[in-house]
Design a protein around this ligand. Structure first.
Ligand code: AMP
Ligand code: GLY
Length: 432
């Protein structure tokens, strides 16, 4: 099978790595990819948002399976586009992702909130505002207690959520988001919602629209500094599974969130095919949805996929062709700890092109080095972004996995290498 994977992060290197383990694979292309994916398949200089170019490439290279890694192409409707082209031309390309309608779960916060209300899915209470009801923001904020949570409706590259304790600031920022379009069109509508207390956890699901499997739970570490201090990043590390996500909690996630979500989409005529990433708050044992994402997480993928014993192409093909029920699923019971090495200055501006020395690059059953912001310059691998390389280790215990990941990090050097030294620390108290 020839496969085209879209994206260039650590998540895509992880996808590429496990796709390449499958006996079914003939050729793997990654657009645009990074220095890690180039070691496994062929990187292609193609913009994933240029759907016509993606289609032309698929035809020219006899692609049978298209795998969008990140949300942008999904939210912009790549699945509908490729399916439409296929039915016009009688060509079959399987696409492992949700359609444009279902992708609104991530693409529009207000769509997601309305969907949850309609399907009785537990989430924070909310109200949406735009230029027409801007005067109703103040009375609504008065019904809430601090902290106040404001969310740009559309995609805002992870920056569209503002949480503040200050009532006046919340009011002013919310008005400005709408009238000054602080986040462009993404904030012409704003969702204001109740602050949820508890511990955050993510649960990952894969579905073909008929059947689903849980790929496990994970926690990511979003802030740049230890003890969750400093500005937000794309993610500094992850752990899977999360020790407090016990069977009872996961059962609640299934019955109160996953099944009503999948059923709600089927009823709406858009059965969900793809990965569903549920950002949850564990409120004293009760799960509430903070957000939906319509793709895998980064860096959660780097700790979830190493635990997955299922053949990746069987799974992706099953998703696209409603055959997931026939795919055998099993997860490694061990714990995976992933730590991201980032460039100096990240999440602010960073220097690129810094040489990287890797003396520990061989991926094996227990340890993985996933590239993100890297590229090859002549024969040298150099940095090419803020998040550079993710290192993951699987071990019987969280402590051991953490220790092995931190020791492997010593084998990867570049000037300005930075990373959090406390990944997983907060979870140790939950380990039985
Ligand atoms: P989102 O993009 O919706 O996931 O929000 C980004 C982050 O803001 C989440 O990962 C949470 O840490 C925090 N957050 C969002 N909504 C809430 C909420 N209602 N209560 C508490 N924290 C929230
Ligand atoms: N780790 C968060 C995300 O992928 O959105």
């Amino acid at each position: 099978m020839n496969v085209l994977l879209l994206g260039s992060g650590g998540r895509e290197h992880a996808f590429a790595y496990f796709i390449a383990q499958s006996k079914q694979l003939d050729k793997l292309f990654i657009a645009p990819g990074n220095a890690g994916t180039a070691q496994i398949g062929s990187n292609v200089n193609l913009n994933p948002l240029d759907f016509n170019a993606v289609w032309e490439f698929c035809i020219a290279n006899s692609i049978e399976l298209l795998v969008p890694g990140n949300e942008d192409p999904l939210v912009h409707g790549i699945v509908d586009f490729i399916n439409g082209k296929c039915s016009d031309s009688n060509i079959k390309i399987s696409v492992a992702g949700p359609d444009k309608f279902a992708s609104q779960l991530e693409g529009s916060k207000s769509f997601a909130k309305e969907f949850m209300m309609q399907n009785n899915i537990p989430t924070a209470s909310y109200k949406k505002f735009d230029i027409h009801n801007i005067e109703e923001i103040e009375p609504f904020l008065e019904t809430l207690s601090a902290p106040y949570v404001l969310k740009a409706d559309g995609l805002a590259a992870g920056k569209g959520v503002i949480i503040t304790d200050n009532f006046d600031e919340a009011l002013n920022v919310c008005r400005e988001m709408i009238s000054n379009k602080t986040f462009g069109e993404a904030s012409s509508t704003v969702v204001v919602e109740e602050f949820l207390h508890g511990i955050e956890i993510s649960v990952f699901v894969v579905s073909d629209g008929k059947d689903y499997h849980i790929l496990g739970s994970a926690k990511d570490y979003k802030r740049i500094l230890e003890d969750d201090q400093g500005p937000n990043t794309g993610g500094m590390g992850s752990v899977s599974p999360v020790p407090f996500a016990d069977e009872e909690f996961i059962e609640k996630v299934k019955s109160q969130i996953i099944e009503p979500s999948l059923n709600g989409l089927s009823t709406a005529g858009h059965p969900y095919k793809g990965f569903m990433f549920l950002g949850l708050m564990n409120d004293a044992g009760n799960p509430k949805v903070i957000e939906y994402n319509v793709r895998m997480g980064d860096p959660e993928t780097e700790s979830i996929f190493p635990r997955l014993k299922t053949d990746m192409l069987d799974m992706l093909e099953g998703v696209a062709n409603e055959k997931l029920g026939k795919v055998e699923f099993s997860l490694d019971e061990r714990t995976a700890v992933c730590v991201f090495l980032v460039s100096e200055g990240y999440p602010g501006s960073v220097k690129k092109g810094i040489p990287i020395s890797i003396t520990r690059s061989t991926n094996n059953d227990d340890q993985f080095v996933f590239h993100a912001g890297t590229k090859k310059q002549d024969e040298q691998i150099v940095t090419n972004g803020g998040r550079v390389i993710a290192v993951t280790t699987l071990a019987d215990t969280l402590l051991e996995a953490r220790e092995n990941t931190y020791s492997a990090i010593e084998g990867i050097q570049f000037n300005g290498k930075n990373y959090r030294k406390d990944i997983g620390n907060d979870l140790i108290r939950f380990v039985k």
